[in-house]
Design a binder for this molecule. Structure first.
Ligand code: ADP
Ligand code: MG
Length: 689
């Protein structure tokens, strides 16, 4: 049978059932998947240093044969694996601290390529950052058929399936697979962007002439991937817009103008821009489908309120749904304050209301006497019906399931939708993740809001830090103390929340210490948070569960233990719980090493900047072999390096879809086929309509 790109890998020579199973674990099911299983890094063996010439302090790549090896016990109990590598110029020792298990993988006679720094320890010693086994037996080619002086692709591997096997497999079939691959981009686009041909790019990433040329080829493939994604997102946007006609609200300047006049402060420039964008969408006949993104405290609620009032002044109802009762109550309180001068009272619908209270709200919503309501998912319950719902606002939309969001939107004829998110992400990432939404961003915080001072303190200063916290609490302040784990047993070397709470209770008999963590039931957690907000708790010891967006203006101190355990974005989310009042707040990181990442974090409070740092950090983690969560939608593209490609892919996709929204034209058919094979969701999007 002739090989096709959609043939299951099982039919390839060298792949049996067992190997096919292993490949599936890497997401490789078809011949095409194997071809697109790209190296995640390269070992540059184009400049290999002879073993005899490696100098202390150098960072080197070298190739040698293992002449002896073994495990060395050390005083601290950490077992080192070591191997002596030899080539024609001499021999050198390599050590892998704490990796005794390598004794089972590496054997005498093998040829290794290693890369890493050389230090002095009873002699020259290389500490390989990475290595590959080039050959199992010494052979005359020197490196198991691997031509030295080249660049070696290293593939993501899995248990039982080493990258060496994968490299062999891909190497063996590469020419055949590439022969089956056709260019997908129309010639004019490819020329306009000066892109190498697809088959050439695929050959180059697998058999690169140099690391630089492999990178260039990877970018062409990344562009293809982003194009597929943008085609799918563009199609989704097209369908969403073309779908049921939306409401063309009229800008009557009644309630919205009244609100503007009644506000005790003026809107920030970002808020004004967001309001303009939102009102623009709402007054247009298409349905709004917009995401408002901004750090906690940037003032999203008031922006959402303008949208809600526009709906209300057009005789529609508006509803805001929040993920927890606490947040719903908080929004309700904020809106009530802002609306007081307008003599509008927003309704509140929560699961914990009595049956009578709930039924009263439901009646008012059904009759239309309630124009504006805030609630939890209680709003999407079947019994809830609106008289005329024109706008739905969803706070922290990622915390709701697709079904819940759809049910909420389904409460109206064709309501406009505004989504709120307090997780800033770089615009580039937003375009891949939320490419089907329009985006408004609040970057600057309103002036006059409290500032947050972030400092790093060594753990030797813990007592002093705690004294400082206690002193401020005694004069009426409140503090959060954040720890990475609940119990000691989870990680022996980490301070735990429960222990800390006990210690502090014993230490301060005049202060009230509370504890909140992820193993409490939601209702218990709410109760503790409520007590803290009410000032009945002075110091709240917590894991990372403290509600995003919770607003306790009086809490002006946050102490974080083991900050190195947290991602930068997570630290930033935590820090956002203080600085909600007008005075100065403190965020104190207790760490023994002022690592550069923590210093960078302390130096800025710009959530978008931190999101970029976080992304770069996780990308680094990715290179070290851990796949980053949430990135399954893009595998080839890397950010921020490929940011420019994203913009290109987006404009290409737009151009193609404008001309041919179904991708039905002959020259677009292979594009459509590939987008669908890469993103199964695309199949549905292109089938409907
Ligand atoms: P977010 O929901 O984005 O975290 P909020 O909408 O809760 O932020 O606003 C945070 C606080 O800032 C609220 O107390 C709000 O009244 C206040 N606020 C909002 N906009 C402004 C502004 N332009 N100037 C001053 N204070 C503002
Ligand atoms: Mg909020």
């Amino acid at each position: 049978m002739a090989l096709r790109l959609d043939s299951p890998v099982k039919y390839l020579k060298g792949v049996g059932d067992r190997r096919a199973d292993q490949l599936r674990r890497l997401g490789i099911e078809t011949a095409h998947d194997l071809l697109w299983h790209l190296p995640h890094r390269y070992l540059d063996a184009s400049s290999v240093t002879p073993a005899g010439r490696v100098k202390v302090g150098d960072d080197v790549a070298l190739v040698g044969q293992v002449v002896s090896k073994g495990v060395l016990p050390t005083r601290r109990g950490l077992r080192f694996f070591h191997a002596v590598l030899q080539d024609r110029s001499g021999a050198i020792e390599c050590v892998w601290p704490g990796q005794a298990f390598l004794d089972r993988t590496i054997s005498v006679g093998q040829t290794l390529l290693v890369a890493g720094p050389c230090r002095f320890f009873h002699g020259r010693q290389v500490l390989p950052r990475e290595f590959v086994v080039l050959a199992d037996q010494a052979d005359t080619a020197g490196a198991g058929g691997f031509p030295l002086g080249k660049v070696l692709p290293v593939y993501p591997a899995t248990e039982g399936l080493s990258h060496k096997v994968i490299r062999g497999l891909i190497g063996r079939h590469l020419d055949d697979l590439i022969r089956l691959t056709e260019e997908i981009l129309p010639d004019d686009i490819r020329r306009e962007f000066a892109l190498p041909k697809l088959p050439d790019a695929l050959r180059e990433v697998h058999r690169p002439a140099s690391v630089a040329s492999a990178e260039q080829a990877r970018r062409r493939l990344a562009l293809d991937e982003l194009l597929d994604l943008q085609l799918m997102l563009g199609r989704a946007r097209f369908l969403a817009k073309r779908g049921r006609q939306g409401i063309a609200f009229e800008n009557r300047r009644e309630l919205t103008t009244k609100l503007k006049e009644a506000l005790p402060w003026s809107l920030t420039a970002d808020q004004r821009m967001a309001v303009r964008e939102i009102l623009g969408d709402m007054t247009a006949p298409d349905r709004m489908h917009r995401l408002l993104m901004g750090d906690v405290g940037t003032g999203k609620t008031v922006v959402a309120l303008f949208a809600m009032l526009l709906a209300v002044e057009n005789d529609y109802q508006a509803a805001l749904m929040a993920p927890t009762e606490l947040l719903a109550e908080q929004h309700h309180a904020t809106l009530s304050d802002l609306l007081a001068p307008l003599e509008i009272v927003p309704g509140l619908l929560l699961g914990r209301l009595t049956a009578a209270e709930k039924s009263k709200v439901r009646k008012q919503l059904a009759s239309g006497s309630m124009r504006l309501v805030v609630g939890t998912h209680a709003l999407v319950q079947e019994a809830v019906a609106f008289q005329r719902l024109g706008l739905v606002v969803i706070d922290e939309q990622h915390r709701f399931g697709v079904g819940q969001r759809a049910a909420f939107i389904g409460k109206g004829e064709a309501p406009d939708t505004l989504l709120l998110s307090a997780t800033p992400i770089p615009r580039t990432l937003a375009l891949t993740r939320y490419g089907d939404l329009d985006l408004s961003v609040l970057r600057a915080k309103p002036p006059g809001r409290g500032s947050i001072r972030t400092v790093l303190r060594s753990t030797d200063h813990r007592d002093r830090v705690l004294d400082f916290v206690a002193e401020r609490c005694r004069s009426g302040g409140q503090a959060y103390l954040v720890l990475p784990v609940i119990d000691e047993s989870e990680k022996a070397d980490l301070l735990a929340a429960r222990t800390m709470a006990d210690t502090l209770t014993a230490r301060w008999d005049d202060l009230r210490v509370g504890l909140v963590h992820g193993r409490l039931k939601a209702a218990e957690r709410d109760q503790v948070m409520r007590a803290f907000r009410a000032g009945e708790i002075d110091v709240l010891v917590a894991t990372t569960v403290i509600e995003v967006g919770i607003d306790v203006p009086n809490a002006t101190m946050m102490v974080i233990e083991h900050p190195d355990r947290f991602g930068l974005a997570q630290l930033h989310q935590l820090r956002g719980r203080v600085g909600r009042g007008t005075g100065e707040s403190h965020c104190i990181l207790l760490a023994d090493r002022g690592t550069s990442r923590l210093k960078a974090f302390a130096a800025t409070t710009d959530g978008f900047r931190i999101a970029e740092l976080d992304l770069a950090e996780r990308r680094h983690g990715d290179l070290l072999g851990q796949r980053q969560a949430g990135s399954e939608e893009v595998r080839v593209a890397r950010f921020p390096d490929d940011t420019d490609l994203l913009a290109r892919a987006r404009s290409m996709a737009q151009r193609v879809l404008e001309d041919d929204p179904e991708l039905g034209k002959r020259e677009h058919r292979s594009m459509k086929g590939r987008a669908i094979s890469r993103y199964p969701k695309a199949e549905i999007l292109f089938r409907v309509g």
